[in-house]
Design a protein around this ligand. Structure first.
Ligand code: OAD
Length: 247
């Protein structure tokens, strides 16, 4: 019987026919690696909203509280590994060719790179890196345990995570690359993000306005769903491999 193709088939066709592909990921992609999303479970951490912890004001007021939040995330990450969703996105890059593929992520966990993805644009920084509030030196401390008030090894001033907080600007070079990739792609996969944090979420509107097909994968409909050509409901760890397999 010839009915309307299933959403996964329509998505696979979009992906197949697009020479240039971009992907925008959020915390949901790492959920199956055991990492907490920001707005899951009531969206609270020790009674605080993430918007009240991940800010320069919060850090000035109570750096220990902010560091406890990030140290907890660093610890969880030390026990985590890329899942099937991360791994298949690295495979998709190899199949499309790196020059035709960009992976834009809001995640700071580095799991896309760990899975083998190469063209990764980390919009919000990386939790492995720290930046000195005094001398501004950035260093990669991996996932070693850090004290609640870690100090710069060079100048002794307080360190902060090298993460973009609310009310802070995104790194300009990374943002420009992400915007260009979004403008040029013919297909944007939006995976595991609530799509409410700007400017990242604006990339979805940009892709749609530039004529790209938008495939959204999420457990629930989101702020991005209105721009999605196809919505695939379910976990990225299952649906991303299925999508790439059918491509
Ligand atoms: P959120 O926690 O806001 O959203 C996670 C999304 O993933 C939700 O829409 C879930 O429904 C979905 N989800 C959860 N598990 C999933 C799974 N297994 N498969 C598919 N979808 C799943 O996280 P982000 O959208 O990434 O910024 O949040 C954006 C930014 O807000 C973060 O980068 C962070 C945060 O504050 C900063 O720290 C600056």
């Amino acid at each position: 019987m010839n009915g309307t193709p299933a959403p996964i088939e329509r998505a696979a066709e979009l992906l197949r026919s697009a020479r240039r592909v971009a992907v925008l990921t959020g915390a949901g992609v790492s959920a199956e690696s055991g990492l907490a999303t920001f707005r899951g479970a009531g969206g609270l951490w020790e009674g605080h909203r993430v918007e009240d912890v991940a800010t320069p004001f919060a850090f000035r007021r109570d750096p220990e509280l902010v560091w406890r939040f990030y140290n907890m995330r660093r610890e969880a990450l030390a026990r985590a590994a890329p899942n099937a969703g991360h791994l298949v996105l690295a495979e998709l890059e190899r199949r499309k060719g790196a020059e035709n593929f960009d992976l834009i992520t809001q995640n700071v966990d580095g799991l896309h790179t760990a899975a083998g993805s190469r063209r990764v644009w980390e919009l919000h920084g990386n939790i492995r890196r720290v930046r000195c509030t005094g001398c501004e030196i950035i260093s990669d401390r991996g996932l070693e345990a850090l004290p609640d008030l870690p100090r710069c090894l060079d100048c002794g001033q307080l360190l902060r995570p090298d993460i973009v907080w609310f009310h802070e600007a995104l790194p300009m070079d990374v943002w420009n690359r992400a915007e260009q990739a979004t403008r040029e792609c013919r297909c944007l996969i939006v995976a595991g993000t609530s799509a409410i944090v700007y400017p990242a979420a604006g990339l979805i509107e940009l892709a749609a306005a530039s004529g790209a097909g938008v495939i959204e994968i999420n457990l629930v409909r989101t702020a991005a769903s209105g721009h999605a050509t196809v919505f695939l409901e379910g976990p990225t760890g299952r649906l991303l491999p299925e999508l790439v397999k059918r491509m």
